[in-house]
Design a binder for this molecule. Sequence first.
Ligand code: SF4
Ligand code: SF4
Ligand code: SF4
Length: 338
Amino acid sequence: MKTKKNILILGVFTALFGLAASTKEFLGCISLPIDGLFYLAGTNSHHVLAFFLDINNFFIIAGFLIVVFSLMFFPPEGPLNASLKFEKWNTWKKRRAYAHLLICSLIMVHIVLFEAGITKFPSICPLSFAELGNVGVFGPAAAFWAAMFLLVFVFGRGLCAWACVYTPVQERSAEILKAAGMDPNRKKFKRRYIIYLLTVLFWFAFIFNIIKHFENLNFSPNNGLGLISMWVFIAGLLTIFPITVFLTHYFGNRFFCKYLCPIGGTMAIYNRFGLLRVKINNSKCVDCSKCEKNCQMGVEISRHVRDSGASIKDSSCIACGDCVDSCPTKALKLGFGS
Ligand code: SF4
Ligand code: SF4
Ligand code: SF4
């Protein structure tokens, strides 16, 4: 217990140290007691401690990560934290958490290599593809997203559950609300047509602009937006957290994926042809609806079961596996094929 508390304190201290270092003056003040020694050596604290001033953001990031992981793996006791406890998570949820960790780590490695000048490979984020494609410029991001759209025929919308960086933020937001007794899966807000309207608008504008720049279309492996800094990546995920909790509460779990994201909206159109899907063993179903209550995308699973479907073929299913984990009779299974 003491070790867990100390890890948490270490995380808070590291983050606060980074914040203090970013103010520069504070670091100068805390070093005042030893400043005399620096003067003797013909220098001063600002000069000697400049190293910390330069890497203050990394202290904030490291501190934040220590706090998040210590809360995730060693959450304080109490009923409020039940759904935030990693060891209580179901199999597929744990697997997704590992996948998200891997994706975020790969992005961070890419950023570090880019910042160190070791690689010039540009960002492959959707913005890099959409913003540049709009002016007729294509690079690795365009190739990456073309491949992703094709992979829907294999993995369905699995990309959404397993690889999108916004997914862990949305999942943790829903858990916080659930832990506080406000289950966002119960929200009745359902306007599925919004995502198709936005997706059509997105692709209409995209194609219109490509036609406009048709004469000057350009593809090069170096084309693409530059990478954001590590600080912006972590701070971006952090700042989007409270907004996500707020909107998840009002518009339901994964509101962004259900109503706003043109990437998800595009995949939703032909998601039903994907090979990765939830398979149903109708004879084992006892009609308890637990699967449906736990579906983060609000898929009407009981309808698929009732219709005697061999598998869930639904535009919204992201192959997350939560329904599989919540089925008490093992009537559902996530896998390839029909
Ligand atoms: S719908 Fe968009 S935001 Fe949601 S998981 Fe898929 S790609 Fe990410
Ligand atoms: S139907 Fe199952 S696998 Fe599909 S999104 Fe819902 S919980 Fe996830
Ligand atoms: S959780 Fe399992 S048994 Fe219950 S309704 Fe869903 S498929 Fe049927």
